[in-house]
Design a protein around this ligand. Sequence first.
Ligand SMILES: NC(=O)c1ccc[n+]([C@@H]2O[C@H](COP(=O)([O-])OP(=O)(O)OC[C@H]3O[C@@H](n4cnc5c(N)ncnc54)[C@H](OP(=O)(O)O)[C@@H]3O)[C@@H](O)[C@H]2O)c1
Length: 324
Amino acid sequence: MQHSQLGATGLKVSRVCLGTMSFGNSEEWMVEIDKARPIVNRALDLGVNFFDTANVYSNGRSEEIVGQLLKEHRDEVVIGTKVRLKTGDGPNDEGLSRYHILTQVRKSLKRLQTDRIDLYQIHRWDYATPIEETLLTLNDLVREGRVSHIGASSMFTWQFAKALFTSDLLHIARFVSMQNHYNLCYREEEREMIPLCNDQRIALLPWSPLARGFLAGKYRRRETPDGARYRSDKYFAERFFRPEDFDVVERTEEVAKEKGVTTAQVALAWLLHKGVCAPVIGATKVDHIEEAVQSLDVKLSSDDMKRLEEPYKPHRIIGPLPIP
Ligand SMILES: NC(=O)c1ccc[n+]([C@@H]2O[C@H](COP(=O)([O-])OP(=O)(O)OC[C@H]3O[C@@H](n4cnc5c(N)ncnc54)[C@H](OP(=O)(O)O)[C@@H]3O)[C@@H](O)[C@H]2O)c1
């Protein structure tokens, strides 16, 4: 297994992070603990030490599964989770207020069966809470040892820059990672966010690195898409499946054939060659994690990279919450 430093920290993480939004039961495409167990065990066998979840995935069930499956390995793994999105109908059941963060961190620790979250990420910007309140609360959690490092996920670049300079002004813990939407079919982050992160030594942890499976090449132009994920993932159909997205996937398939590897492996190898810390991959089968780890051995030349990037057409913004 290859490892990277998590941004400017001393923490070493595997270059493949296993995302666990697929573990749970809130939608048809997800898998429960019986099917998640062999995926996690295989990931551990292959040297994956980095796991990502969130308090909202299947209303906490993903965290429970992760906690159950990793409790015997707690001192060998790095666990990231998130806070921000809606957990209920009450006025304080979402956001990045001190109240919501303190309530949610307690619940996440309990479900994860641990006393420490290695990477606690804000799951979007909160337009209602001053960033100072959020950062001071997160800093308290770091001081207490309940959280080791703090990270952020999908927002506008000006928001992330504001958060970083606010931490520096207050001399408190700053975000060390950005979990953003980045893959061969969605490259809008290359405009502003990625250059900022590179300048600030922020670890890039792209989510949906295979565009929810679209970049694995299993959906074909002019064929009616099917499969549990397509049917039940409410974001999937509206995000990809444009003719220009098929141009990208067909080019990826072409390069994969030449190299004798799968389309998914080339799409992940492209991200690794772009210098990301670790793609946060999604898996519902053991083969998915195996192929993801094998993608670390796929070598792409600068000509391959150019060919893969050539068909891309700008995409509407997917990730940050719009300004209310
Ligand atoms: N921070 C955020 O806002 C945010 C948002 C979304 C996701 N995430 C994180 O990112 C993780 C990954 O998201 P994602 O599931 O959308 O990622 P993805 O890696 O783009 O897609 C995963 C899906 O691709 C298919 N797949 C994976 N490997 C394959 C292979 N080798 N061959 C064929 N198909 C393959 C599977 O689809 P099938 O199941 O249909 O076979 C799998 O469920 C999540 O678990 C979560 O931790 C974070």
